[in-house]
Design a protein around this ligand. Structure first.
Ligand code: SF4
Length: 305
C-alpha cells in the first residue's frame, strides 16, 4: 500500500511483515491467554501508556511516533486459526496498541480480523479509545451472534481538558460513551468501561469516579473495571516528565507518593473505597464471567460441592 505524502515526510508509519499473529500471555488474573496486535506503537500518546516497553525490542524509543503496520496480519492470523492445535481460545485484540488508532482508517486491517474470527467462530475481546470501531459494527454484531465478544472503552476521566492533556492523540470522551451505547444497542457484545489507570490527584476524585460510573450506567455498560496507576521504567520517565510540564503544581506530591510504598498503599485504600462506593451507588459489577468456557464453568460448579 502506498503511503500518503505527509506520512512519508514524517516517516511515521513503517510497513512490516509479522511472523505470527498471536502472542501468548500467561497472567492468571486475565481471562485470556492470547494477544493480537496489528500495529506496534500507538499514536494516541497516552502519557501513562504501559506499553512503551514493547518498542524496546525494536531498538526504538519512539513508541508514539514510529508506528509499525503489520500488513500481512490477516494471512498469519488465518494460518493460526486454521491450525489443528488451535483450541479457539479467547483472543484479546490490541493488548499493547490501539487497533483503531487513526491509521486504521487508511489500512483497514480490522475488518479482515473480524471476518476471520467470524469464519472460525472465535471469541474475542478488545478495548479501544476510538469511535472508528463503529465502522466495523456490522461485523462485530455478526461475530457476537455466534460467540461471546467483549467491547470496552478505556475512559479514565470525564473532564475533557484533562483528557486532551493526558491522552492528546485520542478523540473525545463523549464519543467513547456514544460508541459503547451503539455497541450495546446493535450487537450482543458484552460492553465495558476500563477506568484504567486512575491517576492520583487528577482523576481520582469522588466526582470524577462517580461521573465515569454514572455515564457508564447510562449507556448500559455491563461492567466497569478500575486500576490504580503503575509506573514501570519507560512509562515512569515519560509520565513524570509530563506531570512536570503540564501539571507542575502536582509534581512534588506525585514524586513523593510513588517513592514510598507505604504512602502508596495507604493512598490505594482510600481510592478503592471511593471506587466501591461508586460501584454500589450505580450497581455496576467489576467483571463479567461471560468469557469462561463451558469447561471452566463446569469446573467452577464442581468446586462448589
Ligand atoms: S491507547 Fe493504549 S497503547 Fe495507545 S498510547 Fe494509549 S495506553 Fe498506549
Amino acid at each position: 500500500m502506498k503511503q500518503s505524502f505527509p506520512d512519508i515526510i514524517f516517516n511515521m508509519y513503517k510497513e512490516i511483515l509479522a511472523k505470527s499473529a498471536l502472542n501468548r500471555i500467561d497472567k492468571e488474573y486475565l481471562p485470556y491467554n492470547w494477544d493480537l496486535n496489528i500495529y506496534r506503537g500507538c499514536s494516541h500518546k497516552c502519557q501513562y501508556c504501559f506499553a512503551m516497553y514493547s518498542h524496546k525490542y525494536l531498538e526504538s524509543e519512539a513508541f508514539f511516533d514510529e508506528i509499525y503496520v503489520k500488513t500481512n496480519i490477516a494471512e498469519v492470523l488465518e494460518k493460526k486459526l486454521k491450525s489443528r492445535s488451535w483450541k479457539k481460545e479467547i483472543i484479546n485484540i490490541g493488548g499493547v496498541t490501539d487497533s483503531y488508532q487513526g491509521i486504521e482508517a487508511k489500512y483497514k486491517l480490522m475488518p479482515k480480523v473480524w471476518e476471520l474470527l467470524i469464519k472460525h467462530n472465535n471469541r474475542a475481546v478488545m478495548s479501544t479509545k476510538s469511535k472508528l470501531i463503529l465502522r466495523d459494527i456490522e461485523l462485530i454484531a455478526e461475530l457476537s451472534r455466534k460467540v461471546p465478544v467483549g467491547i470496552a472503552a478505556t475512559i479514565i476521566t470525564t473532564n475533557e481538558e484533562h483528557r486532551r492533556r493526558i491522552e492528546p492523540g485520542t478523540g473525545s470522551i463523549q464519543d467513547r460513551f456514544m460508541m459503547l451505547g451503539e455497541m450495546k444497542a446493535k450487537t450482543r457484545a458484552i460492553v465495558g468501561v476500563h477506568m484504567m489507570p486512575i491517576i492520583p490527584f487528577l482523576t481520582d476524585t469522588k466526582e470524577n469516579i462517580e461521573s465515569v460510573f454514572s455515564q457508564a450506567k447510562s449507556v448500559g455498560a455491563d461492567y466497569v473495571i478500575t486500576s490504580s496507576l503503575n509506573l514501570y521504567t519507560e512509562t515512569r520517565k515519560n509520565f513524570f516528565a509530563f506531570i512536570q510540564k503540564d501539571f507542575p503544581e502536582l509534581y512534588s506530591n506525585m514524586i513523593a507518593l510513588f517513592k514510598s510504598n507505604e504512602m502508596f498503599s495507604q493512598y490505594k485504600k482510600g481510592l478503592y473505597l471511593r471506587v466501591k462506593e461508586a460501584r454500589m451507588k450505580y450497581n455496576i459489577p467489576s467483571y463479567s464471567t461471560i468469557f469462561e468456557t463451558e469447561a471452566e464453568q463446569d469446573a467452577k460448579q464442581m468446586s462448589l460441592f
